[in-house]
Design a protein around this ligand. Structure first.
Ligand code: C5P
Length: 226
């Protein structure tokens, strides 16, 4: 009889945080815990191992229980490096830049990945979307996209490791750079399930996001403690 599939959480955290300008984002503090510590703590109870990709020259702080490797020059290269150092059958990829990860989302992505082969957390779009005409400054209202049926893609994303590795190798061969992993699987014509994510799973990218994240950390931690 075979046991449950070995599952690894793979956390790309090797970005330099250029848009934020405060050093690698994963090491920024939110109410006493770094973004990275928050992601590792959320995922560890759900998986057999956690592996983190860090920027060159960085080590994992002692209080974070995970394995660390050096990431690559792009997010995609960091994820490929992570895929190569685990023998897990199922992988959950999660950006360290999304520190507030509810357990229900992890469970939902795992379940859908087991059923479909690939799954991602995603939020249905509430805002009207419009393409800015970038020649002008400020840009002018260009083509309108109806929001119905549109989803904003988040992480975690779950896959059979062999499937995601094949998608990465094919993307590398075709010279494709993507900002997430589910897109690499979808471009092979394979199904990817969209699992309801969470507004609190936003990606910390700009100084404004960091202000929101620091405010939310107090509420999140108070809820955790209650
Ligand atoms: O830059 P962005 O916020 O889109 O990055 C998403 C995630 O990918 C972050 O957690 C970041 O640390 C990670 N990343 C990486 N290796 C890179 C660039 C980004 O692991 N070279």
């Amino acid at each position: 009889m075979s046991g449950p599939a070995k599952t690894a959480a793979l956390i790309p955290a090797a970005g330099l945080g250029t848009r934020l300008g405060q050093g690698p984002k994963a090491f920024l503090d939110l109410n006493g815990l770094t973004l990275l510590a928050r992601s590792v703590t959320a995922l560890a109870p759900h998986v057999d191992e956690v592996v983190v990709a860090l920027p060159q020259g960085y080590a994992l702080p002692e209080n974070i229980r995970a394995r660390a490797i050096t990431g690559g020059a792009t997010r995609q290269a960091s994820v490929l490096a992570l895929l190569r150092v685990t023998d897990a059958e199922v992988v959950l990829i999660h950006d360290a830049a999304r520190p507030f990860l509810p357990p229900e989302v992890i469970a939902g992505v795992r379940r859908a990945a087991a059923e479909t082969g690939a799954a991602t957390a995603a939020l249905s779009v509430a805002d009207t979307l419009v393409r800015g005409q970038s020649q002008a400054s400020p840009p002018l209202w260009g083509e309108l996209t109806l929001r119905e049926g549109l989803w904003a893609v988040q992480t975690p994303q779950g896959f059979r490791r062999e499937l995601l590795l094949a998608a990465h190798l094919e993307a590398e061969r075709d010279g494709i750079q993507a900002t997430d992993d589910a897109g690499l699987v979808a471009r092979l014509g394979l199904p990817v399930a969209l699992v309801p994510g969470d507004a609190r799973l936003f990606k910390v990218t700009t100084p404004g996001d960091l202000i929101l994240a620091r405010a939310l950390a107090h509420l999140w931690d108070a809820e955790d403690a209650s």
